[in-house]
Design a protein around this ligand. Structure first.
Ligand SMILES: [Fe+2]
Ligand SMILES: [Fe+2]
Length: 139
């Protein structure tokens, strides 16, 4: 069973961002499966790595949109991204150092909660702003 599922309540109204969120959810589910089935470090390590890399690229895309449109809430939004990236890199560092127990269901629950909260809060606010900006341009 998947840890997370996409549903329309997670939509931010911008197709590019929604598409990336769907992919992020798929990667969190992939990590969940690997943890749940007790995969080896050789399997788990790259799955975690892939999630971290995709998250960084996604945050970069959102931040690019913020910069392009002079988003007034950029500072607070970017601070949330930075805090999450740091937390996940900490987990990865501990995992690489041999503390394999660090990558367990608690971390997955944290990731799931963070994503839902962040998408429904900061990302939906950003989405609404980007849509309003785009509408202004057309008008
Ligand atoms: Fe996002
Ligand atoms: Fe975000």
């Amino acid at each position: 069973m998947s840890l997370m599922e996409w549903d329309d309540r997670l939509s931010v109204g911008v197709a590019m961002i929604d598409g990336e969120h769907k992919h992020l959810i798929a990667l969190v589910n992939k990590l969940h499966d690997a943890v749940r089935t007790n995969q080896s470090k050789e399997v788990l390590g790259p799955v975690l790595e892939g999630l971290i890399a995709y998250t960084a690229s996604h945050f970069g895309h959102e931040q690019g949109e913020m910069q392009r449109t002079n988003y007034p809430q950029a500072r607070a939004h970017i601070a949330e991204h930075t805090a999450l990236a740091k937390a996940v890199l900490d987990v990865q560092a501990k995992y690489k150092a041999g503390q394999s127990a660090v990558l367990g269901m608690e971390v997955l629950a944290f990731l799931k909660d963070w994503l839902i909260k962040h998408i429904k809060g900061s990302d939906q606010a950003l989405g609404a702003y980007l849509k309003a900006q785009a509408a202004k341009k057309v008008a």
